[in-house]
Write a protein that binds this ligand. Structure first.
Ligand SMILES: NC(=O)C1=CN([C@@H]2O[C@H](COP(=O)(O)OP(=O)(O)OC[C@H]3O[C@@H](n4cnc5c(N)ncnc54)[C@H](O)[C@@H]3O)[C@@H](O)[C@H]2O)[C@@H](O)CC1
Ligand SMILES: [K+]
Length: 511
């Protein structure tokens, strides 16, 4: 699903109008779509108190259209509260105000001197429809609109936002924003809604088709996308009924160190549960027993070790083993240090199969040039801390500019990346960035990343390319976390639960 920047949304609107699609028709369709969504809400009936907050721009115009449709459909207790007198509205907003009057929609102008009384009135609503401010906002919400946002957030009435929650900006960090329970977004998802913190204000998001003509998109080249169930299902590798373990691929995991045996096990089990035919873990001899004792289906290859970590002497043996593999996961629990860094540098040069570079594998990369632009064969899976180290900067800097850093990474290395976080971003080598909507804070727990690398590895083993594997793995990993959190809770979730819920997560996608 497309996700548009504010400039792209504006360009689409402008092009539609230049092509000759009258704005009043777009507004009519938008308002009607909003009315339809209100009409389908189970908690409402035609006696419900539905109160509209209407600003002076087209966002308010959409609200007026929605109000008159609901009136037409028999809703009895509609109230429209205007930020400014209807006579002062301009253009198509005033037209819609006049039609509302013709239809006897109850309307009044909010008295900014009596906001305490107004708060009590709003408190009686069954739902508030927020048509105060849309994408036309400039600067942080001010004046009466800002006061109303404060009141709405202060009372406990459900809110449906038209297009975007009022106060939310597509271009800057907004301070005063309505917290909506549901947002009916018009035409396309906008970037500020797709990622945190904007996403937090939107509640559930419904995209309303407002009949925006396909031609209106011809001048933009969108490169942001939101992942959906549909895409995850479409990319899921096909499993032939006559397949054998070779068909479903061989994963090699290189990692583990003394005290860090769990990470390779988690990655290995996740790869198997994602459907890989075989998983081999090449690990320091010192921890072979630990891994064997709790992972029955996994094959281990003991490597020469030093201080509990894989020794540089293991290089040739690893290359030998890897030649029979379809995919390598390099990094979980590997540990750090000069020798490990040298090992990773050599492996990145010499390994033939595609590589998922995770955790300590990332921490040992000195500069982006090590990631070899000539061959697209690495999927990097950093969390913001690892990304910050890679760029020699701070975590807040990465978090503020996630899209820019991903673009830079992809441009410089030609490789794919999953930047993990509350809404993981997957950057593909051609420049597209996918936003993953699944997952929750319960997944911010040790080992969660190992499971993600394992899921992606399992998918590559079954024939998916690294980039699609990154996309599907992020979605499934988050879904497993959501299912686990639903059954248990977000406090108690541990990485092992993600593996337990993997099957259910896959089911939820293919059904
Ligand atoms: N352009 C299109 O193709 C369509 C746009 N639609 C609607 O139009 C909206 C955008 O409409 P507009 O561009 O008219 O703008 P908005 O309705 O978002 O807001 C503009 C109004 O808010 C005031 N305002 C701006 N910044 C403010 C601030 N910081 N504090 C307080 N007040 C502020 C302005 O004075 C103006 O009255 C969209 O969000 C959507 O709801 C729909 O009608 C469907 C089609
Ligand atoms: K709004």
């Amino acid at each position: 699903m497309l996700v548009l920047r504010s400039t792209e949304m504006a360009a689409v609107d402008k092009e539609a109008i230049e092509l000759g699609y009258p704005e009043i028709i777009l507004m009519e369709t938008a308002g009607r779509s909003v009315a339809r969504e209100i009409d389908t809400l189970d908690e409402l009936d035609n006696q419900s108190d539905i109160y509209f907050l209407i600003g002076g721009g087209n966002n308010g115009g959409d609200g007026l259209v929605a109000a008159r449709y609901l009136k037409e459909w028999g809703y009895k207790n509609l109230k429209v509260f205007l930020l400014k007198p209807g006579e002062n509205l301009s253009g198509i907003n005033r037209d819609n105000y006049n039609i509302c009057r013709l239809q006897d929609v109850e309307m009044e102008v909010i008295d900014s001197e009596k906001l305490n009384e107004f708060r009590k009135i709003l408190n009686n609503a069954d739902i508030i429809i927020d048509g105060l401010l849309g994408t036309g906002i400039t600067g942080d919400a001010r004046g009466l609109a800002a006061d109303l946002i404060g009141i709405v957030n202060d009372i406990s009435v459900n809110v449906l936002a038209i297009d975007i929650p009022s106060g939310l900006s597509l271009d800057f960090k907004s301070e005063t924003v309505i917290r909506a329970d549901l947002t009916v977004t018009l035409a396309d998802l906008k970037i500020a809604q797709a990622v945190y913190p904007g996403r937090y204000y939107c509640g559930e998001i419904i995209i309303a088709d407002i009949g925006m003509p396909a031609k209106a998109y011809r001048k933009i080249r969108p490169d942001y996308f939101m992942l959906s169930n549909q895409e995850a299902a479409r990319f899921l590798p096909y499993r032939t009924e006559t397949g054998h373990k070779g068909t479903f691929g061989k994963v090699l995991i290189i990692g583990g160190s003394a005290g860090m045996a769990g990470s390779v096990s988690l990655a290995g089990e996740a790869a198997l549960k994602m459907g890989a035919g075989m998983v081999t873990i090449a690990l320091p001899a010192a921890i072979e027993h630990d891994v064997n004792s709790h992972s029955r289906e996994i094959i281990t290859e003991a490597l020469p070790d030093e201080n509990g970590k894989i020794s540089l002497k293991a290089l040739d043996k690893i290359i030998n083993i890897s030649n029979k593999m379809d995919l390598v996961i390099l990094g979980p629990g590997l540990g750090q240090g000069k020798e490990i860094a040298e090992l990773v540098e050599n492996l990145l040069k010499k390994l033939k199969p595609p590589i998922i570079l995770d955790a300590d594998g990332i921490n040992t990369v000195r500069d982006l040039e090590q990631l070899d632009k000539s061959q697209k064969k690495i999927l990097l899976t950093p969390h913001p801390g690892e990304m910050a180290r890679l760029y020699d900067t701070t975590i807040p800097e990465i978090l503020e500019n996630r899209f820019d850093y991903i673009k830079d990474f992809v441009e410089k290395t030609g490789q794919a990346i999953i930047l993990k976080g509350a809404d993981s971003l997957i950057g593909l080598s051609e420049g597209e960035i996918f936003i993953n909507p699944t997952g929750n804070d319960g997944m911010a727990t040790a080992g969660s990343g190992d499971v993600l690398a394992g899921i992606a590895g399992g998918l590559v083993a079954q024939g998916l390319d690294l980039e699609k594997a990154g996309i599907v793995a992020s979605f499934i990993h988050g879904r497993a976390g959501d299912l686990a959190a639903e059954d248990k809770n977000r406090y108690s979730l541990v990485a092992g639960d993600l593996i337990v819920y993997l099957a259910e997560a896959i089911n939820s996608i293919i059904k």
